[in-house]
Design a binder for this molecule. Structure first.
Ligand code: CP
Length: 334
């Protein structure tokens, strides 16, 4: 396997095989499987879970890893193409990325969206420019529009909870956050649930519709797998019979790259904080998912986050297990 970049590159059978392997490695550890293998980890954007879970995954499989990020005592990194480097940055990613990649057997790269132009971010310009510099196997650790490691872990979490694929009702809900956040998690989570064959409702206020091409990609995946995708701003209707609500804040697509326009729209939406009354029309055992980090009392109330509906901690642990399966397949574990 040369790349783990998008769940769309894998059949549902292959995804099931990743999850079966993750479960096997959890039950029967293989501390020698990747002995002598090295994973390079390049974080151009911040992280807790991805940073820790990839290092833990490699260690548990007997391999090693190293991390490079701008916060470390490295030379200042320039990312802009075609620039005369007469400013503060001493090194360009055109050299840094292939050098880092050359020290490992595979590389993980995290680079969030620029969030100036929706078309630019949907084309994954920065991420693809880095991929052009390497021929090592790579893992997308979150790009402008993708977070496949989160998606695989979330698929496994839904399986762990015995939430049905066909007939399972998945609500992807926008939630308030003071800042405009990337679209990677909501768009790729939408695709994950649709590909799993679930009935997916995108619950969002006006101005926060997900990009049409990514809605279409999800609708197509749902149709292929016996599910459906729709969107609404009606909370009660969206939550009717829901098995799970997956909360996430994201940027306004109506004002993408326009901080003031986005701010003016979201400042009236602070009641979009997931709280117990949201669950009135849902199934009694409706679960709460979030990729983390999450702002308490802003995105979700403390009683929901700390209560029995919430699965955010096992969901985060599944990041490590899912990535162990990906690394095992990519780096040739037995
Ligand atoms: N969910 C997730 O990717 O978390 P981090 O940003 O902390 O890595």
């Amino acid at each position: 396997m040369k790349a783990f970049n998008d769940l769309a590159d894998f059949s549902n059978e292959e995804i099931a095989a990743f999850i079966a392997l993750a479960n096997r490695l959890d039950a029967h550890p293989e501390p020698e499987a990747l002995r002598g293998k090295v994973l390079s980890l390049l974080f151009l954007s911040p992280s807790l879970r991805t940073l820790a879970s990839f290092q833990a995954a490699m260690t548990r499989l007997g391999g090693g890893s190293f991390v490079i990020s701008p916060d470390m005592s490295i030379h200042g990194l320039e990312t802009r193409p075609g620039i005369v480097m007469d400013g503060a940055a001493a090194e360009h990613i055109r050299e840094a990325v292939p050098v880092i990649a050359s020290y490992g057997d595979a590389i993980g790269i995290r680079a969030f969206a620029e969030r100036k132009s929706l078309e630019h971010d949907m084309a994954e310009v920065e991420f693809n420019a880095m991929l052009d510099l390497i021929d090592t196997p790579y893992i997308n650790m979150e790009s402008a529009m993708g977070h496949p490691c989160q998606n695989l872990a979330d698929w496994k979490t839904l399986d762990d909870l015995d939430i049905p694929a066909n007939g399972g009702k998945f609500v992807l809900s926008w939630a308030y956050h003071p800042k405009a956040l990337p679209l990677a998690v909501p768009t790729s989570t939408l695709y994950m649930a649709a590909k799993r064959g679930m009935d997916v409702t995108v619950l969002r206020p006006e101005g926060f519709q997900l990009p049409t091409p990514l809605m279409r990609k999800a609708i197509f995946a749902a149709e292929e797998n016996g599910g459906s995708v729709r969107e609404t701003d009606d909370r009660k209707e969206a939550m009717e019979g829901a098995h799970v609500i997956y909360a996430k804040s994201w940027s306004s697509t109506a004002h993408y790259g326009d901080k003031l326009g986005d701010h003016d729209l979201r400042e009236n939406l602070i009641d979009w904080c997931v709280d117990e009354p949201w669950f009135e029309s849902a199934r009694d055992d409706c679960r709460f998912m979030h990729c983390l980090p999450v702002r308490r009392g802003v995105v979700v109330s403390e009683p929901v986050l700390d209560g029995p509906r919430s699965v955010v901690i096992p969901e985060a642990r599944n990041r490590m297990l899912a990535q162990m399966a990906v690394l095992h397949q990519m780096l040739g574990g037995s």
